[in-house]
Design a protein around this ligand. Structure first.
Ligand SMILES: [Fe+2]
Ligand SMILES: [Fe+2]
Length: 358
């Protein structure tokens, strides 16, 4: 397998005997291995080159950064499928194993580990990471949109970025009571679901007639009403999925974002006029990211505002639009969002130039 030849398995264990044993077994099967004596050293090796350490085998008990802390740190900063984490455990550690899996470990191996079992698990890991992530299929609606309206595609990517950062800040820095307890221990799930939803938030625009969607100017009141249906049209396209997978949180989150990202905290938004916490938290996060990006992006009928101006407008003119607590967190990190917007603006100019040369 290609990944098996290119990637190195990172083994993190403070016991030299275990490190040497795993290394010698895997090397016999021509699998490259690198070792670290504790979680901190392992994290630094991984961080320096995540792409070449797609599989990590990590022990639980280590004096400097144990396995739990290592998994938590990696999953906060790196999106699956990499690295694939296998935890080394001993008999009787079932509770900790559950915690590891909950934090985002992929598998566990209970000592003593036979060579056959070790190689089987590592092979399984290589197989899993080489499989195509079904989420890549999200590129299809994005590409369809790109052929019609590059602005909406770039906008969706920006909204994904801002929403992702905002949701992480919300979980890490506050005791925001409205976040489902289930997400509290899984930062990855919360932000990932919001990211996917944010990327899809305006997909309903595909169902809007081109003459209106791509009108090079401001909309008339009638046209605006039609444009507003991108929320309900997008949500309608998801009804089938909701019915088939009623317990899937990612589908639920995407639906909430697609349908309600234009709702306002004061109840004056659309399509349903939801008010306050009637609006799901996912949609309240994306609403802030959506307005921030719309203001900092150039439109045919107006120039873009600088991120600093956009923040001013959001503070002065958007009274009652946003969840005040989430908006407060957003403003507390104004420098971060300003920097992100500036880097996205540069990236977008390059992207547009590249496409116009095609
Ligand atoms: Fe929208
Ligand atoms: Fe939008």
């Amino acid at each position: 397998m290609d990944d098996e030849k290119k990637s190195t398995v990172l083994v993190i264990d403070d016991d030299a005997l275990v490190r040497n044993y795993i290394s010698s077994v895997l090397k016999k099967f021509h699998i490259a291995v690198e070792t670290a004596e504790n979680g901190e050293e392992g994290y630094n090796i991984f961080k320096a080159s995540p792409e070449s350490h797609k599989i990590v085998i990590v022990d639980l008990m280590m004096s400097v950064m144990g396995g739990l802390e290592f998994i938590e740190k990696v999953r906060k900063n790196y999106m699956p499928p990499y690295p694939y984490i296998i935890v080394l455990t001993s008999k009787g550690e079932e509770d900790i194993v559950a915690e590891c899996l909950d934090l985002g470990a992929n598998d566990f191996l209970t000592k003593p580990i036979t060579p056959k079992l070790l190689v089987t698990y590592v092979r399984k890991a290589f197989k899993t990471i080489s499989m195509i992530d079904p989420n890549l299929l999200l590129e299809i609606p994005t590409k369809l949109m790109e052929s019609k309206d590059l602005y909406t595609v770039l906008h969706s990517e920006n909204v994904r970025l801002y929403s992702s950062v905002l949701s992480k800040l919300l979980l890490q820095e506050t005791d925001y009571v409205d976040i489902d307890e289930a997400y509290r221990n899984s930062l990855y799930d919360f932000t990932y679901e919001i990211e996917v939803g944010a990327l899809l938030h305006d997909t309903g625009k595909i169902a809007i007639p081109d003459l209106i969607w791509m009108k090079p100017g401001r909309y008339s009141p009638e046209e605006r009403k039609i444009m507003e249906t991108h929320t309900t049209k997008g949500a309608l396209a998801m009804t089938n999925l909701i019915n088939r997978y009623p317990t899937s949180t990612i589908i639920k989150t995407c639906y909430e974002i697609v349908r309600w990202h234009h709702e306002r905290w004061d109840g004056k938004g659309y399509p349903d006029g939801l008010k306050g916490k009637e609006i799901p938290i996912s949609a309240r996060i994306v609403a802030i990211a959506d307005v921030f990006d719309a203001l900092t992006t150039r439109r045919i009928y107006r120039n873009e505002y600088s991120p600093e101006q956009a923040l001013e407008i959001m503070i002065n003119e958007e009274d009652g639009h946003f969840d005040p607590e989430i908006f407060k967190i957003f403003l507390q990190h104004d420098k971060l969002f300003t920097a992100l917007a500036k880097s996205r603006m540069t990236a977008q100019i390059l992207e547009i130039q590249k496409l116009s040369k095609l």
